[in-house]
Design a protein around this ligand. Structure first.
Ligand code: MOS
Length: 692
């Protein structure tokens, strides 16, 4: 079994991004920067009806407009659209204005149909059905063990509550989109994606082109969070426009469309009941939950409400459980994977009811966790975090903070996989001692370029800036999608293998026993005129899975305005062997800011009467901003013996729960619905009427 060397120069250190200068100077090429000769703008016409039979779409006027080179239907008519924003037609033209004019000239005839966009409405039998043949509300899936009713009767303390989380929109800072050139020789797509391979396979499948004739490139991209694994309708449309126009087409979605049609995190409506023994041991748990994945997960097959399940009871082991979950379809865009799918809503519900139980048992909530968390690593993290955060000094009985501006603290934990999978890589070593690594993975902005340079430099005794890294091209040796926090754990072992093979082959070719570091240039020189090309692949032993973490939150709540200010978050996160602590900490920072958005600001708002999304932009859909950013204290719990484990997802899981608990601790009453807006805080304090 291979293993990482014990002594490191760069692995585990803080290494700045090797692509930092390219990014800040604007030379880094993102999808929208690509300008193949003769390229056109592409644009999509979307449904303004939440549900309708589209009887005809007339593209003739659009086709005749100056500058318009292609106009296509997304699907043939008649057809049914099932949400506001569903794709109808698309055009390609020489300017944005030409495309806008063309979209306006398209005549669409439609028969509006009854629709439903709110979960609470959709689950009633009398509501319009999203899919004709199936009820909106799926049959609950039951997960039960133990004798739950008997167990609750045995409990010394039982608490109940209703917890809700909204539909969250990914809102990647770079929108979805592609620049696609489709000629007789094949198809090249510059794609904003977290899976160049899955986009290649998706395009090949959708357009009936051999995979070998599809090349997908993603040199730089600005976030995916689970929403960018496939080419999407917009990818297939860009390709078809390119074919018809005989020119490359750049189709980047406007911000508006991101709220409608490219995925979201399902909502949850959790009725929870939790009971414990007098010793504070969890004994019985019950949940009834429903949530919506829009018209259905993926939106391809007829719904039945799936895709909204959450993982309960989160983290803790409870001997007697009854969990019933259903999905409810509404006329809205489909859900997609979203950073730690199923975990943040579960963490919010579970950790909230845990704190309620602690109050009832008259226990410190941290103590309740230490008595019940089955993970030894997480219990250690709780103790370490409590000390750094100053939990004992800061924790007060709920609502006992004096004055109109109240402070409070809360904590929560998370679990995730983060293991690796098959990845190939190669390196070309040149006689001039330069070295270039090639791997068909991609960098979502998380630091994959730097990760490869760090691993290679460490193992070869070079400096990271001596390593050239080429990724984001399906012509390179294959890797997989960047999902499930698997990139670091997939790529690092493949680079390790390349390096080991390189050192061995260099030794054979140069007769220099150890080609590393000071001997590198001499060994390379001995190659003569022929570069050495070495390959390698992921293998077991260098990565594992199972990353956990805990977070502590300190908040200040203004009981007169209802505003919540997060003062501080402390995060203790384990993740095996950290390859680059700097970019790992950046992952934590980003996860916490995203979790704060989930806690306090975010949530898709649908209008019941018109069926439209009311907040499809950054003015009305608020993300965490610089002014909201708290002090963030990060401790990475290094466990080198476990190999590389990814942490992109776990670090966003417990933030909202910790903040919600801190708000409840400050106020002495709980806001059990995310996001925790000022209106909800004031309503919880009885100062205003609750908003519907
Ligand atoms: Mo992740 S939600 O697997 O990108």
């Amino acid at each position: 079994m291979p293993s990482w060397p014990e002594k490191h120069t760069y692995i585990g250190a803080h290494t700045r991004r090797i692509d930092g200068p390219a990014k800040v100077s604007g030379t880094a090429r993102y999808t929208s920067d690509v300008q193949p000769s003769g390229w056109l703008y592409g644009m999509i016409l979307r449904s303004k009806w939440p549900k309708a039979t589209i009887t005809s779409i007339n593209l003739e006027k659009a086709r005749k407009l100056p500058g318009i080179k292609a106009a296509i239907l997304v699907r043939d008519c008649p057809r049914t659209v099932r949400y506001y924003g569903e794709e109808l037609a698309a055009v390609a033209g020489t300017s944005k204005q030409a495309c806008l004019d063309a979209l306006r000239s398209i005549e669409v005839e439609a028969r509006p149909l009854p629709f439903v966009v709110h979960e609470e409405d959709a689950k009633d039998e009398g509501s319009p059905r999203v899919w004709d043949k199936v009820a909106n509300l799926s049959k609950p899936r039951l997960d039960e063990h133990g004798d739950v009713d008997k167990a609750f009767a045995e409990c010394a303390a039982v608490v109940e509550g209703f917890f809700t989380t909204p539909v969250q929109i990914h809102n990647c800072l770079e929108t979805h989109g592609n620049t696609i050139s489709w000629t007789e020789e094949g198809l090249t797509a510059w794609s904003s994606t977290q899976g160049i391979t899955s986009v290649r396979d998706g395009l090949a499948g959708n357009l009936d082109v051999p995979q070998s004739q599809v090349r997908v490139i993603s040199e730089y991209m600005g976030g995916g969070f689970g929403s960018k694994f496939g080419p999407g309708v917009e990818g297939a449309v860009a390709a078809r426009l390119s074919k018809e126009a005989k020119a490359p087409v750049k189709l980047m979605l406007p911000r508006f469309d991101e709220a409608l049609a490219v995925g979201n995190r399902p909502s949850s409506f959790q009725q929870l009941k939790l009971g414990a023994t007098a010793e504070g041991k969890l004994h019985a748990f019950q949940m009834d939950n429903y949530g919506t994945a829009g018209i259905g997960s993926g939106g391809v097959t007829e719904g039945g409400g799936g895709g909204a399940e959450i993982r309960m009871p989160y983290i803790y082991h409870v001997p007697n459980i009854r969990v019933r979950q259903s999905g409810v379809n509404v006329d809205a865009g489909s859900a997609r994977a979203f950073r730690a799918p199923g975990h943040p809503p579960a963490s919010f519900g579970m950790e909230s009811i845990m704190d309620e139980l602690a109050v009832k048992l008259n226990l410190d909530p941290l103590e309740l966790r230490l008595r019940n968390d089955p993970s030894e690593v997480r219990r250690k993290e709780y103790r370490l975090g409590a000390e750094r955060f100053g939990w004992t000094e800061k924790y007060r009985k709920p609502g006992s903070s004096p004055g109109p501006i109240k402070t409070g603290v809360g904590c929560a934990g998370a679990t995730w996989g983060g293991g690796g999978h098959g990845t190939h890589a190669e390196a070309q070593i040149n006689p001039d001692s330069s070295i270039e690594f090639r791997c068909g993975t991609q960098d979502l902005g998380t630091g994959t370029y730097t990760l490869i340079a760090v691993v290679a430099a460490d193992l070869l005794g070079l400096k990271p800036e001596q390593i050239t890294v080429r990724i984001g091209d399906t012509r390179y040796p294959p890797s997989g999608g960047s999902g499930g926090s698997t990139t670091a754990a997939s790529v690092s072992p493949a680079i390790y293998d390349v390096c080991m093979n390189a050192l061995q082959q260099l030794q054979e070719r140069s007769s220099i026993t150890d080609a590393r570091g000071p001997n590198w240039a001499a060994a390379c020189k001995k190659l003569g005129v022929e570069p050495l090309i070495v390959s390698g692949r992921w293998q077991r032993g260098l990565s594992s899975s199972g990353a956990g973490g805990v977070q502590f939150a300190e908040v200040r709540v203004d009981t007169e305005t209802g505003f919540v200010k997060v003062k501080k978050i402390t995060c203790i996160q384990d993740g095996g062997m950290f390859v680059n602590e700097l970019t790992a900490e950046s992952q934590v920072n980003g996860g916490i800011l995203m979790g704060m958005g989930y806690a306090l600001y975010e949530g898709r708002v649908m209008d019941r009467t018109s069926g439209v999304v009311l907040n499809p932009n950054f003015e009305t859909y608020k993300l965490t901003g610089l002014a909201d950013t708290p002090e963030i204290d990060v401790v990475l719990l290094d466990m080198p013996e476990r190999g590389v484990i990814g942490i992109g997802e776990p670090v966003t899981i417990p933030t909202a729960a910790a903040i919600a608990n801190a708000v409840a601790n400050a106020l002495g009453v709980r806001v059990s619905s995310l996001p925790i807006t000022p209106a909800k805080v004031l309503a919880a304090l009885g100062k205003v009427k609750p908003v519907a």
